[in-house]
Design a protein around this ligand. Structure first.
Ligand SMILES: [Zn+2]
Length: 184
């Protein structure tokens, strides 16, 4: 009786997307993933740790921060079809028009994630090397978000990561008053 969720594109029964709630965004037909360059239908995603991820296996993009509306991508490449080919990798061409939309999304995402820090600066805040931060991103412990061709880390992720580090580290009675960040 219960219809199992299929992996492929579904029609008609679109799932509720977090981005609609978070950004008060109207649904569109297709989204494009900034991480893998492929498109998917509104309502498609893979659920991972409570996040709605890009539906393509192995992609670490999520649908909230890394999904562009297909029309914004087409703005930079008017030759791209209205209905994109499934699984096809489409290059992004940034134009003044879609950069303005990107900036609006940057502001919304920034608000939602309590700020975005360029990756190099995130490494400084975490007291880690850039290589270590890269490794943490690859391992899925931190998520990076590309805006304007640069990598950003969400402040909420940084805070979570620091809290975890503190929990796992040795308890330090002396550091009560100040924020003491110990990274070994
Ligand atoms: Zn993807």
């Amino acid at each position: 009786m219960n219809k199992r969720k299929k992996k492929g594109p579904r029609r008609g029964d679109e799932a509720e997307m977090d981005r609609a709630r978070i950004f008060d965004e109207r649904p569109c037909a297709f989204l494009w993933c900034l991480h893998c360059g492929r498109t998917y239908r509104w309502g498609e995603f893979r659920e991972r740790d409570g996040l709605q991820m890009c539906p393509y296996d192995g992609c670490d993009g999520d649908t909230v921060m890394d999904g562009w509306r297909w029309d914004e991508v087409r703005e930079g490449n008017p030759d791209y079809p209205k209905v994109p080919k499934r699984g096809h990798v489409y290059e992004l061409n940034r134009t003044p028009g879609n950069i303005a939309e990107e900036f609006q999304r940057f502001q919304r995402v920034s608000k939602y994630s309590r700020g975005l820090l360029p990756q190099a600066q995130a490494a400084v805040v975490l007291g880690l090397s850039k290589q270590r931060v890269n490794a943490l991103v690859v391992a899925g412990h931190l998520h990076e978000h590309d805006f304007f061709g640069k990598n950003f880390i969400a402040a909420s992720d940084i805070a979570k990561f620091k809290a975890k580090k503190r929990r796992n580290g040795r308890p330090r009675g002396s550091g009560r008053n100040g924020e003491v960040l110990r990274v070994n």
